[in-house]
Ligand binder design. Sequence first.
Ligand code: ZN
Length: 303
Amino acid sequence: MKLRELFISVVAAYLAVFASSAWAQELGPHFRKIKEGIYVQSAREVNSNGGIILTQEGVVLIDTGQTLTDSREMLEAVKKLTPLPIRFVINTEVHADHTTGNFVFSPPAFVMNHEGASDAMRKADNPNRFNNPALSAEIREAGKGYRLVTPQIEYYEKTTLRLGERTFELLQLKNAHSEADTAVWLPNERVLFAASVAIPNSINNVRPFVTIPDILAATRMMRSLNPEVVIPGHGSFGTTKIFDDSERYYTLLVERVGAMVREGKSLDQIKLELRMPEYESWSYQERMPSNIEAAYRAVTKRS
Ligand SMILES: [Zn+2]
């Protein structure tokens, strides 16, 4: 390479780096850059995380934001980052705070989640949800044009999506949070979108079909991938410590509920008496009864 060509290529590389960091800044305070071409959107700590992943052949989104305002913010961010289209949206669960914005992107994007997602979303949907006069004018405005878009592609247990230079492994998390939960693993980047099984510093809502052994199996499986960055369905991204904290919490909960069952206490008594002082700072304490019920099912083998 001639010196002049070398100089030009160095300047071009410098400009490319400068431009990408400038873009990250321009996306605004709700966006975090995880790695080159991988961003996360969230307006508040407890809100769901929306992922934006750029490839040479288009964009993949992970969930569509807590609210439709967030969905539209994600769409604007994608337009700033690339002229390429959004090709796929991967839903990590079925609940509205991850999926309501599907219609903003699909069509043209295809939506993916595990088998059972569409049925669950159809059952839970209220088509008039944004026509409620009790909602603020802002929310009703953001909800204009809302319609339910369920995954057009449902996989079973595990599938691989290859787009451009990137590989996305979609892994089912069974009975771990909603009727269909998907972890998204990028093996080359070692980035894991971990769905809503373990939320940092937060008590989770454990529904009747969710079991603690399945939650523990899901976090163990995700830890075994050895990710460098873990992005939970809600809250700050981090490392596999998110899984460690969750496992310690559920293990202690099952231990304490088990001891009380052996003392002959009823579920109602346990709900009244059980204390978890180690976790009093975690948000959503009102979800504790559903956690105690799950632990009770686990120790009495009624799960
Ligand atoms: Zn959820």
